[in-house]
Design a protein around this ligand. Structure first.
Ligand SMILES: *[C@@H]1O[C@H](CO)[C@@H](O)[C@H](O)[C@H]1NC(C)=O
Ligand SMILES: *[C@@H]1O[C@H](CO)[C@@H](O)[C@H](O)[C@H]1NC(C)=O
Ligand SMILES: *[C@@H]1O[C@H](CO)[C@@H](O)[C@H](O)[C@H]1NC(C)=O
Ligand SMILES: *[C@@H]1O[C@H](CO)[C@@H](O)[C@H](O)[C@H]1NC(C)=O
Length: 522
């Protein structure tokens, strides 16, 4: 998961707490909807997701090289809310057998995790390989095989090897080759064991939030281009050289908040919402999933026009050749989707303090939250389940019946085993998935909860918790404990239905001055 750019800075915790109080008042409103008794189909894939840097720890063991996240937060502890780092994280590098066991206890048949690129190729390039790193993933895959759990492997989940980041990361066209070399090695080495791959996780967040805003190392604009090309070339490499004998599938994971117009009858707000969707999701999805390919015409027009006004000789958004457009078109066997929250969009009426040029300035929307929606943890994540169904429909309307795999969905709070709010979040968001499937005929193939266990949440450090299992980060054992939401998810997976009464928050008298902490002690 991610945290949002500007709100991710220090001080966000205070904002969260004040919003939290508002949120909990609103959350008490009963939901009077009559729920239909929909079932997830037999073939529906249930899983859980994690990412290497967020759980593995062992940052310098077994010949592992540094990733940009190791390097930058060692140099700048202030980049994370709690000045923490990923040196140990949940220590999954040493505790993977226990982690496979708790995955099995959830009853899910799929586990999505990522390979740490610098754990396998310490310098990023394929001339040097770490035997220990490679062995680690073989051992993890073997453990999963014995537990009958299918591995879904992400090749790039943001932990770019530092030597490659020093070359400019994804703004450097050479990255396409380096990624291709890494992907080829991964397919060769692990392709007999791994049958479902995603090339990249949330390209938007990697570059917009972290590279550009937090680490200030990239110019906005070009990164999307080379990430897309690297993805497409890896897909075609697999298709040509590995698929015939390994017979797996390759996709990509994109992320999006849903964007609703703030004023649903104001044409300018309606346009702002659609502009945001195209700049955020369409820029990556259109080249891959649309029938005509290439960037969305609206995105092309916005960035070309602004580049001209900003006196660039050429557009900040590079141009795909005809061959590249064809290479990208259809270069994914499924649509990996990460979704968490919804924002309200309106046409800016005040002068925003955007940097020019920037993605924000190009997108040109005023983004705000509906304060009636609960915010149980980090301030960027308010709970609005219907946004999920709207997003799934938008994807279907724009890109047809491509099978959608929800590769991440979940909610953060500030901890506690009795996580009733998370139980409701999963019930309500999964119900929207069922509505999209049964009422709107959206082709949803699977669902992965984010996340298995409390982890390093990037710039939030360990302050916010997304796990189905708690991790005691104060203990050297990094003890895992099951939360109520884990029981609830296990029940959904087993019954293939959402039982809204399975875990009920005990009724209690709500006092107006009651704090969220007090509620959690129930
Ligand atoms: C794995 O699945 C096979 C076939 O469905 C079954 O026979 C076996 O008992 C399962 N093993 C475990 C450890 O669940
Ligand atoms: C919403 O937009 C419509 C059309 O522009 C306008 O007439 C109306 O006053 C707006 N409503 C609010 C609450 O601003
Ligand atoms: C672009 O160049 C023109 C002509 O020199 C100048 O008037 C204008 O301010 C420049 N625009 C920006 C955004 O710098
Ligand atoms: C925004 O800034 C421009 C140029 O400084 C100014 O002309 C305009 O009135 C401002 N608009 C608002 C809504 O403040």
């Amino acid at each position: 998961m991610r945290s949002s750019s500007k709100v991710a800075k220090i001080g966000a915790v205070l904002v969260s707490f004040s919003l939290l109080c508002l949120a909990h008042v609103a959350a008490t409103t009963e939901d009077f909807d009559i729920k239909e008794d929909y079932e997830f189909p037999e073939a529906f894939k249930f899983g859980v997701s994690t990412a290497a840097f967020q759980i593995e720890g062992a940052w310098n063991e077994g010949g592992k090289g540094e990733s940009m996240w190791d390097t930058y937060i060692h140099e700048h502890p202030e980049y994370t809310l709690d000045h923490s780092n990923g040196d140990i994280a949940a220590d999954s590098y040493h505790k993977y057998t226990e982690d496979v066991k708790i995955i099995k206890d959830l009853g899910v048949k799929y586990y999505r995790f990522s390979f740490s690129w610098p754990r396998i190729l310490p310098q990023g390039t394929d001339n040097k390989k770490s035997k220990d790193g490679i062995d680690y993933y073989h051992k993890l895959l073997e453990e999963l095989r014995r537990a009958n759990i299918t591995a879904v492997v992400t090749l790039f989940h943001w932990d770019m090897p530092t030597p490659l980041m020093d070359l400019g990361g994804w703004s450097n066209p050479k990255m396409v080759d380096y990624f291709l070399d890494y992907a080829r090695f991964a397919f060769e080495e692990f392709g007999d064991e791994v049958k479902i791959w995603t090339t990249m996780n949330e390209p938007h967040q990697h570059c917009y939030n972290y590279c550009y805003y937090i680490f200030s190392v990239l110019q906005s604009g070009t990164y999307a281009h080379y990430m897309l090309l690297a993805h497409a070339k890896a897909y075609r490499l697999y298709e040509k050289e590995f698929k015939p004998r390994q017979n797996g599938r390759v996709g990509i994971t994109l992320d999006a908040f849903w964007a609703d117009p703030k004023n649903s009858t104001d044409p300018l707000d309606i346009e702002a919402a659609e502009r945001y969707r195209q700049m955020r999701l369409g820029i990556y999805a259109h080249p891959i999933y649309s029938n005509i390919g290439d960037y969305p015409p609206l995105v092309r027009e916005i960035i070309d026009t602004n580049s001209r006004l900003q006196n660039f000789t050429r557009s900040r958004l590079p141009v795909f050749s005809k061959e590249e457009i064809e290479l990208l078109k259809g270069s994914s066997d499924f649509f990996g989707l990460n979704h968490y929250t919804t924002y309200l969009m309106s046409h800016p009426t005040i002068n925003e303090t955007w940097t020019i040029p920037s993605w924000d300035h190009d997108t040109f929307v005023r983004m705000e939250q509906n304060l009636a929606w609960p915010i149980p943890g980090a301030d960027w994540l308010s709970v609005y389940p219907p946004g999920f169904r709207k997003l799934l429909n938008w994807i279907k309307n724009n890109y047809g019946d491509v099978p959608i795999v929800i590769t991440e969905n979940g909610m953060c709070d500030f901890g506690g085993l009795k996580d009733y709010t998370r139980v409701s979040y999963y019930n309500d968001y999964l119900y929207q998935v069922l509505l999209a499937m049964y009422k709107d005929n959206v082709n949803v193939e699977g669902y992965f909860a984010w996340t298995l266990l409390d982890d390093f949440e990037w710039t939030d450090g360990y302050a916010t918790k997304f796990g189905l299992y708690e991790v005691d980060f104060d203990s050297p054992e990094r003890t895992r404990r099951k939360k109520l939401s884990a029981d609830n998810y296990r029940n959904i997976v087993e019954k293939r239905k959402i039982d809204f009464d399975y875990i009920k928050q005990p009724k209690m008298k709500k006092l107006p001055y009651q704090t969220p902490e007090e509620e959690n002690t129930v």
